[in-house]
Design a protein around this ligand. Sequence first.
Ligand code: SF4
Length: 313
Amino acid sequence: MKYIFGPVPSRRLGLSLGLDLIPFKTCSYNCVYCELGRTTHLTIERKPYVKAKEILDDLEAFFADKTHPPVDYITLGGSGEPTLNAELETIILGAKALKKAPVAVLTNASLIWQIEVQRALLAADAVLPSLDAVTEGIWKKVNRPHPLLKIQQIVEGLKDFRQAYSGEIWLEVLFVKGINDSKEEIERLKAEIEEINPERIQINTVVRPPAESGIAPLTESELNVIKGILGEKAEIIAHFKRHIDQQSSLEHLKEDILAMLKRRPCTLQDIAVALGVHMNGVVKMIDELQKQGEIDTYEHSGKRFFVVKSLSR
Ligand code: SF4
């Protein structure tokens, strides 16, 4: 199952089964806080980066195995922007047709002004878009978008989508110290968010090592002040959503992965499931271990395995 990760515990979605619709770091944004590092393919081109059939075959195989626990959500996201996949609607409808769990989409919302993207998202049970800033200069600083994108178009797209969509919208705002946390920007965000009218406003900050150095989080008390400004729908999700997890903190993740790979070669998914950590954290740590020359990788039966250097062939 190449396109499934988890199920993993998620603060926002309970036990979430992730579907990865996009190649690693193919995104319309290059956020300064991205825990996956810099975007390697900055694009707004929608195409079937991964075919719906391949993803849905994986999903069916997953549910055919009765040893898996029931999941709370099937979550479309992964290591890039999922709405870039032109077969998004087919994937959502196919996942829903299995009747195993509601379907949620994690999106940076950058393409939500496009009719086809809106139409695809209408099929989801919950849409979790991001909106970190509404002032053009600040948005460009924090999200470093594709040059053809416009923030006003995105904000209007979110409002239009709200009009058409009866499912849940949980809007995430991630604050970065000194970039999008001024009182003026928060007030502007508040005004636009009121018009977008999501069911929940989820406040976050930088909690994982970010793409860029010098990117700092807000403190809990600063987030609490923002929560007060954004009103009763607002909740703080920092320290939960993007953390590695309770069982395997970031400091221990490296040792845990090396210990696993000393026992046997594993795929990224094997590691994420066994350690109960988010796929994104595993990808990043594996990348570091490869750069440090501690592990090797090879392909077998169409799957990519990782192994510690001393065991590699
Ligand atoms: S945080 Fe999300 S939207 Fe931003 S660059 Fe990373 S994958 Fe893209």
